[in-house]
Design a protein around this ligand. Sequence first.
Ligand SMILES: Nc1ncnc2c1ncn2[C@@H]1O[C@H](COP(=O)(O)OP(=O)(O)OP(=O)(O)O)[C@@H](O)[C@H]1O
Length: 243
Amino acid sequence: MSYPLELKDVVKRFGGLTATNHMSFEVNDGESLGLIGPNGAGKTTIFSLIMGEHRQTSGEILCNGEDISSLPTYARIGRGVCRTYQIPRPFSEMDVLENIRLGLMPNNLWQMLTRNPDRYREIELALSVGFSEDDLHRHPAELSMGDLRKLELARTLATDPSIMLLDEVFAGLTAGEIAQIAELINKKRAEGMTLIIVSHDLRSLEPLIDRAIAMNHGSIVAEGSFAKVMADPDVRASYLGGE
Ligand SMILES: Nc1ncnc2c1ncn2[C@@H]1O[C@H](COP(=O)(O)OP(=O)(O)OP(=O)(O)O)[C@@H](O)[C@H]1O
């Protein structure tokens, strides 16, 4: 049986530090998986390995049964995998629509230079993540953290993904902004998107996931329903300081 995404015995070492220590897990089609753990547990490294931004030291990463471990990032995006970043990375000199346009660009210099921008699609994406028409020509410096996270989501949705890796999407947001982003994630879940969500905000994360994996020191500590994982003594010891 193949999964939208599967990690098999993945190890990542940065010099003498093992950031990912023989990690194996899979995500099912249309499933929303929460990845939790304390600072430095290795959650973001997992995303970077899946996207090919770092290469694993050993092990395999499969997408729908195909080993994508040695593919460049753009080829993984072409297979429907995309990610957001903990710290949003918009181009500061470009406005909202221009930043979204970059996500819509083909990975082909000739097409990129010759193809006309799909204005309709850019605007549709911007509105779909909750921007108003007044926001479309704002630059990143004028946006709140909530808007920057929406821009991250629009930019990744522009790649037409089937699997989204969301890194700390709630960090730095107000309660109202969290509710907006959560609603958007739920909409994507209802449409059948496969998700892996990293968040320190466990209260916001819980209603958005079907299953949780807790990590510490690059390894899986517990796996199962959110309630089961949070009740695990090792998770409580490593993540909650034993409370
Ligand atoms: N490029 C890198 N070079 C060297 N060490 C790195 C690199 N990236 C991550 N690490 C180390 O790998 C370990 C895992 O880091 P990672 O960022 O994946 O953790 P995390 O669980 O996402 O933490 P946080 O919740 O703080 O974002 C940490 O010890 C970190 O310092």
